[in-house]
Design a protein around this ligand. Structure first.
Ligand code: TYC
Length: 103
């Protein structure tokens, strides 16, 4: 038996597992000054929510102090937070949103 007879293991390419991108939560915080309708308008315009979902998310923040708006990639979360807060600044409301990494 020559060396050539040794069965070769089929060469399977090992695929390195790509880590899933870390996800970020966009959090909406309550305040005493921003009108409810303005918050709902932001949720509809920036986060593409319908009226009912927007109202529900706004009321959750209003009653509990904060509410998760969406979970997405860091890039999208930060862009949307900036967009929403720019609208609020423009209208002189102290509306606050943050992007936080999911545990
Ligand atoms: N608390 C505000 C009011 O009573 C409404 C509001 C809701 C503001 C949710 C911010 O994230 C918010 N006018």
């Amino acid at each position: 038996m020559s060396d050539n007879d040794i069965a070769q293991k089929p060469k399977t390419k090992s695929k390195p597992k790509l880590d899933r991108p870390k996800l970020y939560k966009v959090i909406l915080f309550n305040d005493d000054y921003t009108p409810r309708e303005f918050v709902v308008m932001i949720l509809k315009a920036v986060f593409r929510m319908g009226e009912e979902t927007g109202y529900r998310v706004m009321m959750t923040a209003h009653k509990l102090g904060s509410s998760v708006v969406v979970v997405c990639t860091k890039d999208i979360a930060e862009t949307k937070v900036k967009e929403a807060m720019d609208y609020a600044k423009e209208a002189d409301f102290p509306l606050m949103l943050t992007a936080e990494p999911e545990e």
